[in-house]
Structures are given as C-alpha cells and as structure tokens.
Write a protein that binds this ligand. Structure first.
Ligand code: MLT
Length: 205
C-alpha cells in the first residue's frame, strides 16, 4: 500500500519532545493559512499543516458535504481515516510525541471526527467553530483527551445547540472539555487567539 500523503507544510520545533500542532484549515484554505496562527498559539511547538484533498468549486476541504452543514458521512469516515493514517505515519517517522489539533470550521470538524473514530492519533485540540461531525455507533474512550471549543454566539452556520451537542458528546466519551463562547459570528477573532494561547500554554507547554 502507498504511504498516506497530503500536500503539507512541516516546521519542526527547535527542541525535541515539544508538542506538535496539527493545523487544519477551513473551507477554501490551504497549508499556509494557519501557520502564522500556530506560531502565535504555542511558540516552540512543531507545526504540521496538511491541505484538505476535497475540492468544492476549487476550494480545498477535508471531506465532502452535500449542503452547508450536511455532511457526506461515508466520505467523512474515509477521509478521517486517511488523515489519521497520514498523521500516525508522520508521527512515527519524525518521532513526534503529542499531537494537538488546531482546527477552524471544516478543519475543526474533521479533528472532532478524528477523536470520535480514531482517538489514538490526537492528544488534545483547539476547535474553533466546530459542530457534531458524526455520531459513531460505539463511543470512544476519550478520558485522556483535553479539548478547548470556542463558539460564536451569533454564528450563522452553527446553532448554539449544535455546538453544545458536540461538547456533550465529547464529555459523554470522558474528554475534558472547556467550552468558551465569544459574542461573534463564524470568523476567528483576537479573543479566540488569546483564549487558545492561554489554554494551550497551560495544558501543553
Ligand atoms: C463544514 O462543511 O465543515 C462546515 O459547514 C463548516 C464550513 O466549512 O463551512
């Protein structure tokens, strides 16, 4: 079988045993998008930033959707495994230890899916504007995972209940979740960055 691969950017940490931030962009982004954010969020971490392989009208994404907020679940499952295989292989070949996802929107949704169906790959995550990607038949054991969710009170794409459902699902699996609300819409704000930086520094540096 071919080695799993994605177009990606990798910036190794200066010191060994530093955590790695897995940067997962939103719809229409690419591997360059979140690198400046990653550098701000946890200085000294390695950064691994893949580009989503699905194109929606030319815009890269991590999995197919049938309409806004309506996911093609078989594709999502297959793409989640493909991304987790890539990260697992990268982790082994570069001797990385802790992988912490930082995802925005579509990237946050595939990161949530990784916790639900490939829980061994990630140690923690910052999920900006995430929703429930899928509900697996058997819930994973996430007792050793730590996540920060930041949601926008006025997000036109994700209802309040939807973001709360994701938090409840992750908590039902045993994860430790901090859910932070910001009075904004879907876009990332300075407040997301400040909140995420404080949380990552406390939990992973
Ligand atoms: C998704 O498709 O993952 C969500 O609707 C968020 C987005 O990418 O717009």
């Amino acid at each position: 079988m071919d080695k799993p691969d994605f177009i990606h950017k990798y910036i190794p940490a200066p010191k060994p045993h530093s955590p790695t931030l897995l940067l997962l962009h939103g719809t229409g982004g690419n591997e360059d998008d979140l690198v400046p954010l990653g550098e701000q969020l946890l200085p000294g971490a390695s950064l691994l930033s893949p580009r989503g392989k699905v194109l929606e009208q030319g815009m890269p994404r991590f999995f197919r959707r049938l309409a806004e907020g309506v996911f093609d679940v078989p594709d999502l499952v297959a793409r989640t495994h493909e991304l987790a295989d890539f990260v697992d292989e990268f982790k082994a070949s570069h001797q990385l230890d802790r992988i912490v996802a930082v995802g925005f929107s579509n990237g946050a949704n595939i990161a949530a899916s990784m916790f639900l169906i490939r829980p061994a790959t990630l140690t923690g995550a910052v999920l900006f504007r995430a929703m429930v990607p899928l509900v697996p038949e058997t819930l994973p054991d996430l007792r050793d995972k730590r996540l920060l969710l930041t949601s926008g009170t006025y997000d036109p794409l994700i209802d309040r209940e939807e973001a709360i459902k994701l938090r409840q699902l992750l908590e039902r699996c045993g994860a430790t979740v901090l859910h932070h609300w910001i009075e904004v819409g879907h876009q990332l704000t300075r407040q997301d960055v400040v909140t995420a930086r404080q949380w990552l520094t406390k939990e992973f540096s």
